[in-house]
Design a binder for this molecule. Structure first.
Ligand code: 3PG
Length: 544
């Protein structure tokens, strides 16, 4: 995959499944696996990289972003994004994306596995027997069935955990102030209005929230002592949600009977050999605290899903495709249904400077028909990306497009109307330029995914847009069309869609031809067409 003369480079700092590394290479990207390096080494190595793929250890922070000179995309192979400074990415014009669904099942199952383990003393029993102690009476557990589980955070992973715990006969209550009551009802989970309400009734508490200012240390001494004595706690979400020192103390005092921890507030390096590991944490020394090394996403399935999704998204983003990203507007509805409108709008944006010279000051975009029932902001952004790329702003992306447009003094409005004539959906773009002209392009999408231009600066047409189109102003007399088509044919250029339009039948000097072709058109061919009798103006419009 090339940018100008150079091959685009993807740096991978934490391992993803090898087949997807190879897949990226087979698409023509240069891929460097730079594994097991320190943050400082990574920050010093980021120059020249167009994309970066990380997991949870690499910090995508201001220092790293400032060292990057051509970074366009950061792909987080996983769910949590507390290691990604998303606003800083936006400031640097870098698309930040993650794979928010790929490892949910793995994370959910780990939390449930830990719950079973700490209810039945599996780790202690295992250690005992390996030390020759088979006195099973020492490891009498308690059953999960009939007990109450409190799920903090009812997002995707919290929901999976709730379903599974209900499946084994637990009563599940949950606390999540951001989730609507419907979801609680659908899951058959009782909604707790406050965290305290949940703490007071649970035998098991499992956390499933991101780490934010709001959730950091949300379970500290005060909360731990509001719980029933002997409560068990699982944290396979993020370190720091439970205050580590307070948890260690509560375990020592027996207020908490057992805890299972998969994550630390400050994480160790997960690549170092034991002899090289320098890590300590109060929970490593606390009684009945059972620790795994951030294994939430460590299943074969999650590794496959995460690698596949991150590689696909990063490759597509580098190729300029619209992908769901953390620092782009959320795409309402089906992304696949909106994508053809994004392609259409980007083409309309690219068309302007290939056919007009006067700078654009303002753009009005109107969406009519079925598409008007949802936000089309991403389509408007595609239009701006096309326009700015047409102005030579190569660094423009969905992330920085609004700022780029502002820099050029281009303002944009969006309107939505349900009613539309002739078409099911219509995107109409009015470019207001410095010459005081209002130039209108309109287009639609025909099934399946065919972008069609239906109005070109006031000329009504119906032209499927290929990668190369000739817009030709010509006199309206017999033979003009023939000579243009013959010229193209002589150069082996195949016409795939052809439209002639007139605004006024009596005006014989301003017909408009719109010729979509399948091959590139050289300057020489353009000159030959310009020389055809009756041809007044030829604009070559290229979209790729
Ligand atoms: C996640 O946020 O996706 C999980 O915590 C897994 O993190 P990891 O990619 O570092 O294993």
């Amino acid at each position: 995959m090339i940018k100008g003369e150079n091959i685009m480079k993807i740096l991978i700092t934490e391992s993803i499944a090898q087949e997807f590394v190879e897949d990226l290479r087979s698409q023509g990207f240069e891929v460097e696996e730079y594994l097991g390096h320190t943050q400082e080494e990574i920050e010093g190595h980021i120059k020249g990289c167009d994309a970066l793929i990380v997991r949870s250890a690499t910090k995508v922070n201001e220092a790293l972003l400032s060292n990057a000179d051509c970074l366009k995309v950061v792909g987080r192979a996983g769910t949590g994004i507390d290691n990604i400074n998303v606003p800083a990415c936006t400031e640097h014009g870098v698309i930040a994306l993650n794979t928010p669904t790929a490892n949910n099942m793995a994370a959910g199952e780990l939390a449930v596995a830990h719950a079973f383990s700490i209810f039945r003393n599996l780790c202690d029993a295992n250690e005992g027997v390996h030390n020759g102690d088979f006195r099973r009476g020492n490891w009498i557990g308690i059953e999960l069935e009939g007990k109450t589980a409190g799920v903090i955070g009812l997002g995707r992973i919290g929901s999976i955990v709730s379903r599974k715990l209900k499946g084994i006969g637990m009563t599940v209550v949950a606390y999540d102030p951001y989730v609507q009551t419907d979801k609680f009802e659908k899951l058959g989970v009782k909604r707790c209005e406050t965290l305290d309400e949940l703490l007071e009734v649970c035998d098991l508490i499992t956390l499933h929230t991101p780490k934010t200012k709001e959730t950091y240390n949300m379970i500290a001494k005060e909360q731990l002592y509001k719980c029933k004595r002997g409560v068990r706690i699982v944290n396979a979400a993020r370190g720091g949600l439970v205050n580590e020192q307070d948890l260690a103390d509560a375990l020592a005092e027996g207020q908490v009977a057992a805890a299972a921890i998969d994550v630390f507030d400050v994480e160790p390096s997960y690549n170092k050999k034991p002899e090289d590991q320098v890590f300590d944490n109060v929970l490593l020394h606390a009684p009945h605290c059972y620790i795994t090394p951030h294994l939430g996403a460590s299943t074969e399935e999650a590794t496959y899903n995460v690698g596949s999704q991150v590689a696909d998204l990063v490759a597509r983003a580098l190729k300029g495709e619209m992908v769901a990203a953390l620092n782009m507007p959320a795409i309402e509805g089906d992304i696949n249904a909106i994508r053809p409108y994004c392609n259409l709008a980007e083409k309309m944006g690219k068309m302007y400077y290939q056919t007009e010279k006067s700078p654009v000051k303002k753009i009005d975009v109107s969406y009519a028909g079925g598409i008007a029932g949802q936000s089309m902001e991403i389509v408007t952004m595609s239009l701006l990306v096309g326009l700015l790329k047409g102005m030579g702003v190569d660094s423009v992306s969905y992330v920085n497009v609004k700022e780029c447009a502002e820099e050029f003094g281009i303002s944009i409005t969006e309107t939505y109307e349900q009613e539309v004539k002739k078409y099911n959906n219509l995107v109409k773009v009015t470019f207001h330029n410095d010459d005081g002209k209002d130039l209108v392009l309109a287009g639609t999408v025909f099934e399946p995914d065919t972008e069609v231009l239906v109005s070109f600066y006031g000329y009504e047409m119906n032209c499927t847009l290929s990668d190369t189109v000739l817009a030709i102003k010509n006199d309206d007399f017999p033979g003009v069309i023939g000579s243009i088509a013959t010229t193209l044919g002589r150069h082996n250029i195949n016409i795939c869609s052809l439209h002639w339009a007139r605004k006024d039948k009596k005006d014989k000097t301003s017909a408009q031809a719109f010729v979509a072709v399948e091959q590139a058109v050289s300057d020489e061919v353009i000159e030959e067409i310009k020389a055809c009798d009756g041809v007044r103006l030829v604009s070559l419009i290229e979209f790729s």
